[in-house]
Design a protein around this ligand. Sequence first.
Ligand code: UD2
Length: 317
Amino acid sequence: MATILVTGAAGFIGSHTTDLLLAEGHRVVGIDNFRTGRRENLRDAARQSGFAFHELDVAAPGALAGLVARVHPDAIIHLAALVSVQESIANPELNFVLNVQASQFVAEAARLHRVGRVVFASSAAIYGDGVELPVREGAAKRPVSPYGAAKLASEDLLLGHAAAYGLTVRCQRYFNVFGPRQDPSSPYSGVISIFARRYAEGKPVTIFGDGRQTRDFIAVRDVAHANLLAATRPGLVSGAVNICTGRSTSLLDLAVVFGRLYPGVAAPQHAPARAGDIVHSLGAPGAAVAELGFTAQVAVADGLAELAHAPVASPSS
Ligand code: UD2
C-alpha cells in the first residue's frame, strides 16, 4: 500500500484517479483549489478512511513543498492544471503559472523531500498538427497553443529533474478523455460532455464542420487505471507515453451512437468548422502497453451508454 498525493483531486481525471487508488487500498492525500474542480466529485472519496484532503493552490510558492514535507508521499500524481486550450490562448500568463510554474514546484517538492515518483498529466497537444498518424512518442513536437507548449515544457522540466536527482518521472500524454463528471458548461468543454448533456435534454447538438473529423476518445476510467499503473507499478523508469486507445471515432459516429441512445432527439445541426481545429488525432498505444502494461478497455459506444445513464454534471459552483 502506498501513500499518493494527487494534485487536482477534485477535477474530472483527478477524482476518478483518487477513487481508483482508494479502491485498490492506497492512501490518497488530495489537494485542489476548486478553480475548476468540484467538491461533489470527492463525495465518495471523502467517506473513505484512507483519504485526506487539503484545499491548497499548487501554484502558490512553498504550499505544496510544505505539505509534501509533512506527508512524505511515495508518489505525486500532478493533475492540477489550466485544462482548456482556448483559455490558454486567452490567458497565456495564467497558463504559464498553472501549467509550467506549478510543475516546477512539483519537481522541487519531489527533489527536496525525496519523493520517488512523479506522474504528470501531459497531453496530445504537445504534438501539434501535421504529424504522421497514429502518432508515436518520438514524433516531432510542434505545439500550436500556449497549452501544448506548457505541457511540453513541463515534461522537459520534470524529466530533467529525474535525470539530475534520480527520481522517476512518468509523463502521460492523454488524448481526448471523456466520461462522468466532465463539466459540459463551457463552449470549449469536451465534445462528448456537451453532446451527452444536449441529448439528455432532448436538444440537437451542433457539429462544427462536416463531422468527419476524428479523435482518439479514451474513457476516464481507463485513464485512471493508467495513472494507477504509472504511480505504483514496481520497477518503472522515467519516460513519456501516449494514453490513448489507438482507435479512431468521427463526430458523425458519435452522433449515430447518441441517436440510438436517445431516439427522439432531432438530427445534429452543422456549423462552420472551428478555426484551428485539428482534422484527425490518433495515438499509437504500443509504448503504454510495453512500459506500463496498460491497454484501454472501454469501447467508446459502451462509455457513451454508461454516460447516458449517469447524471449529467452540473456547471461548476
Ligand atoms: C482536445 C483536448 C485539448 C487538447 C487537444 C489536443 C478536450 C476537451 N480537449 O481538443 O485539451 O489536448 O485535444 O489536440 O479533450 N465539436 C463539435 N461540437 C461541439 C464541440 C466540439 O463539433 O459542440 C468538435 C470540435 O470542433 C472538434 C471535436 O469536436 O473537431 C473535438 O473537440 P473537443 O473540444 O472535444 O477536443 P479537441 O480535440 O479540440
